[in-house]
Design a protein around this ligand. Structure first.
Ligand code: ATP
Ligand code: MG
Length: 183
């Protein structure tokens, strides 16, 4: 039986998607594990403001292993969004280019693109731009993409895909976001 390469280190393309809570948390959990090996990790956050005090402060404590880049222009299309779609688009495209450079630099064993699925779904970035970013990966580099509504082609291409399913969320009972758990 063909089993050569069984223990070979191979960079995985990981997607955390679905409506249930835990996508960003899962990516951060992977980050903590990677730090155990002294790896360098780069996070690009595609929606400014989606990361809260807890994780922003927490990530700072992981410095210099973890580099966080915030590239979005805030939430798109909700009530207090006063920005033009083109501004969101430009920010997301710059973010993707930054992510591509970070990946191509080969300095990071793990790269996390938080909420990229949402940027793709909203049409802020194009499929071919994400594909060219995937091409920039080296053989051993792990890449994690999070966010609801992952594209079918990305799911097809990924090695590991987990869909978070909402079974219960405190919000359904009117319980608002909790310190240390949600922010
Ligand atoms: P987390 O950052 O907690 O892992 P997530 O990345 O899975 O959540 P997002 O879609 O990024 O979820 O949503 C961001 C915010 O919305 C988080 O603060 C999270 O607590 C909250 N949230 C996530 N899922 C749900 C849900 N099913 N119902 C209500 N709020 C949710
Ligand atoms: Mg998230």
């Amino acid at each position: 039986m063909e089993n050569s390469g069984k223990n070979k280190e191979i960079g995985l393309l990981v997607v955390y998607t679905g409506n249930g809570k835990g996508k960003t948390t899962a990516a951060l959990g992977m980050c903590v594990r990677a730090i155990g090996y002294g790896w360098k990790i780069c996070i690009v956050q595609f929606v400014k403001g989606s990361w809260k005090y807890g994780e922003l402060k927490g990530i700072k404590r992981l410095d210099p292993n973890v580099e966080l880049n915030v590239v979005g222009e805030g939430f798109v299309g909700i009530i207090d969004d006063k920005k033009e779609f083109s501004e969101h688009r430009q920010a997301a495209r710059q973010g993707l280019e930054l992510a591509r450079e970070k990946i191509a630099s080969k300095q990071y064993q793990l790269v996390i693109l938080d909420e990229l699925n949402v940027a793709l779904k909203l049409g802020l970035v194009e499929r071919q731009d994400v594909e060219s970013l995937l091409e920039a990966r080296s053989e051993k580099q792990h890449l994690v993409i999070t966010g609801r509504d992952a594209a079918d082609w990305l799911i097809e291409r990924a090695d590991l895909v987990t869909e978070m399913t909402e079974i219960k969320h405190p919000f359904q009972q009117g319980i608002l976001a909790q310190k240390g758990i949600d922010w």
